[in-house]
Design a protein around this ligand. Structure first.
Ligand SMILES: C[S@@+](CC[C@H](N)C(=O)[O-])C[C@H]1O[C@@H](n2cnc3c(N)ncnc32)[C@H](O)[C@@H]1O
Length: 281
């Protein structure tokens, strides 16, 4: 049996155009209503984006069904808006969050032309892509442990000539990169295991656990990144890690233990926190 969404999509398309084409200008009110009933707060905007993305009524119906079923909008559309860019996001890949724009902004301020940039735990590659798009030609390397994320990152970094590698943190990197990284950025998983259950369903059900779970205090992956960072950083290089406001003090302590002098950047607007460190002179 066809879903309610597929019935209205086909009917709406015929009503408007007498054919199987979709009117992308004005989303069908029934789509908005169905999305709203499913709990989508920005139902009109979502309906407009879905309607604009679908090529046929059947495709639109399938997309609305997936969204109503709980899939994040970005994974349904196949892209996310991040730092003004369209970042390809496949199902099962972490959706870049607006708060991570603070990490990009802080990193961009420290990135000179020709810099070597390393994005660990890159996911879709959004952070590296945004840094490359900031205008300075950079040598960009990215790593993620998840093969689906790496495939996505390769698509998003292709225009910048960036390289995405699959593996555990620094493990897949060539030894020739040691001591050469000018800007090392990481938005690693930092949600404490006990808080995963409190996250929105979209994240819990459709983003990989490995993208979210930072261990007992949320800092397991961060601590490994920080401890090994000095071996990869250039003498005047910087490490920048997104963290939670509650975890910032402990993240900063890990920087100090690794011989890096930390400072904390905070944006209340974005609800974002980034710890930034350079070698102690
Ligand atoms: C919070 S997501 C962030 C993704 C991306 N940096 C962003 O901001 O959109 C964390 C990412 O870290 C990756 N990850 C987790 N543990 C890892 C590890 N040990 N080595 C490499 N990547 C890892 C996950 O697969 C996931 O893509």
């Amino acid at each position: 049996m066809r879903s309610a969404a597929s019935r209205w999509a086909a009917a709406a398309a015929r009503r408007r155009t007498g054919s199987d084409e979709i009117d992308t200008e004005a989303p069908e009110p029934a789509i908005v209503a169905d999305l709203r009933t499913a709990g989508c707060v920005f139902a009109e905007e979502e309906a407009r984006l879905l309607t604009g993305a679908a090529h046929t009524p059947a495709e639109l119906a399938a997309m609305v069904d997936r969204r109503i079923g709980g899939l994040p909008l970005e994974q349904v559309l196949g892209w996310a808006r991040f730092c003004g860019l369209r970042i390809a996001v496949e199902p099962g890949v972490f959706v870049p969050r607006a708060r991570t724009e603070l990490l990009v902004g802080e990193a961009a301020a420290l990135t000179r032309r020709g810099a070597v940039v390393l994005d660990l735990c890159c996911g879709s590659g959004a952070v590296g892509a945004a840094l490359a798009a900031a205008g300075k030609r950079v040598e960009l390397h990215a790593v993620d442990v998840d093969p689906v994320a790496v495939r996505c990152a390769r698509r998003n970094l292709a225009a910048a000539g960036g390289r995405a590698l699959e593996g555990d943190l620094y493990e897949p990197l060539p030894a020739t990169l040691r001591g050469r990284v000018d800007v090392l950025v990481a938005n690693a998983p930092y949600v404490p295991t006990s808080a995963i259950g409190l996250m929105p369903r979209e994240a819990r059900d459709y983003e990989p656990r490995a993208a979210l779970d930072g261990g007992a205090d949320g800092l397991d992956v961060q601590r490994r990144i920080v401890a090994a960072a000095p071996a990869w950083l250039a003498p005047d290089g910087h490490l920048l890690i997104e963290t939670s406001s509650g975890g910032a003090a402990q993240s900063a302590e890990a920087f100090v233990r690794a011989g890096l002098r930390p400072r904390v950047a905070r944006s209340e607007d974005l609800d974002a926190t980034v710890v930034i460190g350079a070698r102690v002179a």
